[in-house]
Design a protein around this ligand. Structure first.
Ligand code: PLP
Length: 363
């Protein structure tokens, strides 16, 4: 099967093999060494000199951790959302008592930094801004550097969901002024689900010192205290750490800039391939993501049926649409352990599958 969903993504064989190793004491020397190594490598991938914590959870856990460690109930928060994951971020903040102003952008479009500026101008009491770097539900990457510049100018806290972009698309945590940034192991990192990574800078630590949202498992103070001893506060997903160690070594060998270039190439290849089939991209091409491509289901073709046909008859696992986009789009993941040949296969199989559903492929 060619697994082309935006996570969990396929893993290299040596990453999978690493997971079959025997358990070790997570308070012992061997784990301490592994934790130290992977943490330094992650800092380089985040392009930060701040702290990076590895949490045992999926990406959503890191989103929740980012919020409860930075905010207090009643704090005013600006949510910039252009899709299902942006909405989720706002909902988490609301659930913990934040007073959230939701600024929404059309699905398929990027977050507009000028709209962020207007919203911050309109309400000086806003304390933090929530944004999704790469909106996986619509296949859109927003200009985080420009958003970061706006948020910095207003001196607010910038909390970023970079779950499907970090490690694939350039994200300069320090240079762009991102205060808290979250990602998950099963997206671009070539690692199974189970770990999430979150960066915390000086400004975020200051916010943390005053933040009163309830937290225990997610507490960054505990994470920092333990990391100083090369430990995690709670039992980590040891096997996934083994996998992470191998995957990060491979990623460092390829090099960050080469990884970004590979994803840019694969993104372009996917978009070109889709257009060659006579299909339309869902996202505005000026902000189309290099890790995930959303495609409009053609007129008269049910997207769910298309996804089922390519899975059952062509060996390709695509993702459907989420929320209001269910049945209307399908999505192709091209992040992590993926090559040109994998994308060629997707396009070739779609070319064969589409006529079965009544869509005539041109040429
Ligand atoms: C996958 C994803 C999430 C959710 O992560 P889980 O690991 O499923 O909890 C959140 N935001 C974005 C942008 C994602 O791609």
């Amino acid at each position: 099967m060619n697994l082309r969903i935006p996570g969990p993504t396929p893993c290299p064989e040596d990453v999978l093999q690493a997971m079959s190793k025997q358990m070790i004491n997570h308070r012992g020397k061997e784990f301490a060494e592994l934790l130290g190594q992977v943490t330094s490598k992650l800092k380089r991938a985040f392009q930060t000199n701040g702290d990076v914590f590895i949490l045992t959870c999926s990406g959503t856990g890191a989103m929740e951790a980012s919020i409860v460690n930075s905010l207090s109930p009643g704090d005013k928060v600006l949510s910039l959302s252009n899709g299902a994951f942006g909405d989720r971020f706002a909902t988490i903040a609301e659930r913990f008592g934040a007073d959230v102003t939701r600024v929404k952008f059309e699905w398929g479009q990027a977050v507009d930094p000028d709209a962020a500026k207007r919203a911050l101008d309109a309400d000086p009491k806003i304390k933090a801004v929530l944004v999704t770097h790469n909106e996986t539900s619509t296949g859109v990457t927003s200009d985080l550097e420009a958003i970061g510049a706006v948020v910095r100018k207003f001196d607010k806290l910038l909390i970023v969901d970079a779950i499907s972009s970090l490690g694939c698309i350039d994200l300069q945590v320090d240079a762009w002024g991102c205060d808290v940034v979250a990602t998950g192991s099963q997206k671009g990192w070539m690692v199974p689900p189970g770990l999430a990574f979150v960066s915390v800078n000086e400004r975020a630590w200051k916010a943390h010192a005053e933040a009163k949202m309830p937290r225990f498992y997610w507490d960054f103070t505990a994470a920092k205290e333990y990391l100083e001893k090369d430990q995690t506060p709670w039992t980590p997903a040891v096997s996934v750490f083994y996998a992470l160690g191998v995957a990060l070594a491979t990623l460092e060998k390829e090099g960050l800039q080469n990884i970004f270039a590979r994803h840019a190439r694969l993104g372009q290849q996917t978009r070109d391939g889709i257009k060659s089939l006579g299909l339309s991209l869902f996202a505005d091409e000026s902000c189309a993501s290099n890790t995930i491509t959303a495609v409009k289901s053609p007129e008269g073709v049910d997207g769910k049926k298309l996804v089922a046909t390519v899975r059952d008859e062509h060996g390709i696992v695509l993702a459907g649409g989420q929320a209001s986009l269910a049945g209307k789009i399908f999505r192709i993941g091209h992040l992590g352990f993926v090559t040109e040949a994998d994308i060629d296969d997707v396009i070739t199989q779609l070319r064969l599958a589409l006529p079965k559903l009544g869509f005539k492929v041109p040429g």
